[in-house]
Design a protein around this ligand. Structure first.
Ligand SMILES: Nc1ncnc2c1ncn2[C@@H]1O[C@H](COP(=O)(O)OP(=O)(O)OP(=O)(O)O)[C@@H](O)[C@H]1O
Length: 492
């Protein structure tokens, strides 16, 4: 397809996109780097004539595109599919068998071709998950299914919005090679907000700044472009301002030491053991990063701490000085914990306003069901301004782009300054500046001990200087599933 954008101006309630002139010539694949805003989501909607919220309002021209021949992979599309599948599985659950939409079914549903489905399962390292329920997959597993599903549509043009988000190092590497192979037969638009995610094989790069197409260039020109240095300088000052806000409202609380202890932890499902023999203690004031490949059980482990994993009562856990299951209420525990994760993002399906989402952090609720105090509203309003979302205070959470939703959920987790701040791949969907802002702020929160961090990210670049303790899951050939290796300066 020869796709040409001319004098395009696009505006939705929450984002804007502007392109004076851009030609994606037939056979070309492009990398798109965006400093700010959900450019990938809007491009995907424009090229497929679909909209997740209200129809997109735009002026100018887009020529040469056949929307039925374009497929999009994005975090928002993954979220929407998951919601549909949960609804569908729920509505079928009145029967005697446990309904589940399998990974195989999700891919097969697009091509109705057994051989192709098996080939895609193999190419994307999903064969072992073929009969797993789509809704129970880990984040990285789900991302790979979304890509397989898009390829199964057999359209000649793919828009991949942050295709590497949530993938572990190994799968990021294999995906790059896989996309290169695909690019020989179809056109791909890879939209990223991390400079290291632009595949080396990409020849053309479009740079978007503040939602506007700033320039187009070759990959080698991109490699020497100064934009990253400029952005890094810009984000430093903003983070200081955010920390000043957190400091202004800081309060102190005393907690038992250790904060959390898991003895011989084990999580298993009928068909597999995820991990076993996990012994882990979180001492007061120590920050931890949880590491390991997709599907090893990182989110599961954090769910045991947070208390929303069904197997948290079958494990031997002490938290905040109490044995779990000894009569404590889940709210007693949760009031000391702030949490950001893809699972929470998925659960946050109520339709409250952007401001209320942040306020709901004071009550640990999904949605807001109590009348907040004036001070709580004032603090949440300050947060919104800091995130450049003041104008969206009354906009419904569901109307916002995925990255904006994620920023709100991060603010929701931090706003009450919890003892434990659990950040399970917090940056998913954030643009470059949003990610820098949050990363710098977390670094400062950790350094000043404003909260104790439990942190998951697959990117080496996301490492926080203040985190020196690691729990890493490694596959154990001698036993089924993973075991955990803990390391850090105060541990032997
Ligand atoms: N109800 C369930 N039944 C069977 N398997 C499940 C169920 N729920 C989760 N799993 C599996 O448990 C494993 C661990 O999932 P988890 O989300 O903890 O992984 P993770 O380490 O956080 O992965 P990622 O890096 O992709 O986020 C995955 O393989 C997932 O498919």
């Amino acid at each position: 397809m020869d796709i040409r954008f001319t004098q395009l101006q696009c505006r939705s309630s929450s984002v804007t996109l502007a392109i004076d002139e851009w030609l994606i010539a037939s056979q070309q694949s492009w990398g798109v780097f965006s400093t700010e805003g959900d450019v990938g989501a809007i491009l995907g909607q424009l090229l497929t004539h679909t909209s997740h919220h209200q129809p997109l309002d735009y002026s100018g021209n887009i020529t040469g595109v056949d929307p039925s021949q374009v497929a999009v992979v994005s975090l928002l599309a993954q979220q929407a599919l998951l919601e549909d599948i949960l609804e569908q599985d729920d509505s079928e659950s009145l029967g005697y068998t446990d309904p589940k939409t399998t990974v195989f079914g999700v891919i097969y549903g697009q091509c109705h071709d057994n051989a192709m489905t098996h080939k895609l399962l193999q190419e994307l390292d999903l064969t072992h998950l073929s009969q797993s329920s789509f809704s129970q997959l880990s984040t990285g597993e789900g991302r790979r299914v979304m890509l397989a599903r898009a390829v199964a549509t057999q359209v000649p043009f793919l828009v991949l919005d942050e295709p590497y988000a949530g993938l572990d190092v190994h799968h990021r590497h294999t995906l790059t090679e896989y996309l290169q192979q695909l690019s020989h037969t179809l056109q791909i638009l890879v939209v990223v907000s991390r400079e290291e995610d632009l595949p080396q094989w990409i020849e053309h790069v479009a740079l978007f700044s503040h939602g506007k197409l700033d320039s187009v260039m070759s990959k080698s020109e991109w490699d020497n472009h100064p934009v990253i240095n400029q952005l890094t300088a810009q984000s430093g000052q903003q983070s200081e301002e955010l920390l000043a806000l957190i400091r202004r409202h800081r309060h102190s609380a005393k907690f038992a030491d250790p904060v959390f202890e898991l003895h011989n932890g084990r999580v298993a499902y009928s068909d597999k053991v995820i991990f076993s023999g996990v012994n882990w203690r979180i001492d007061n004031g120590v920050h931890w990063q949880v590491k390991g490949p997709n599907g090893c059980g990182k989110s599961t482990l954090l769910g045991l701490i947070f208390g929303d994993h069904p197997q948290c009562y079958s494990n031997d856990i002490d938290i905040f000085g109490k044995k779990r299951g000894s009569g404590e209420s889940i709210w007693e525990i949760k009031q000391h914990i702030g949490m950001v994760s893809s699972a929470l993002h998925m659960q946050y399906r109520v339709n409250c306003s952007a401001l209320d989402v942040i306020v709901s952090g004071f009550y640990d609720s999904i949605g807001l069901y109590q009348k907040p105090t004036q001070q709580q509203v004032a603090i949440a309003t300050e947060w919104l301004a800091m995130l450049h979302m003041g104008h969206l205070a009354k906009t419904a959470f569901k109307q916002l782009e995925y990255g904006q939703q994620r920023l709100l959920l991060i603010a929701r987790a931090i706003v009450k300054q919890p003892t434990l701040l659990i950040l399970d791949e917090p940056y998913q969907g954030l643009d470059y500046l949003g990610r820098r802002l949050i990363k710098n702020s977390l670094e400062l929160i950790a350094k000043e001990q404003l909260s104790q961090l439990l942190y998951v990210s697959h990117y080496q670049q996301d490492s926080l200087d203040s985190i020196e303790h690691y729990i890493e899951f490694v596959l154990d050939d001698a036993q089924q599933g993973y075991r955990a290796v803990v390391s850090g300066p105060t541990l032997k």
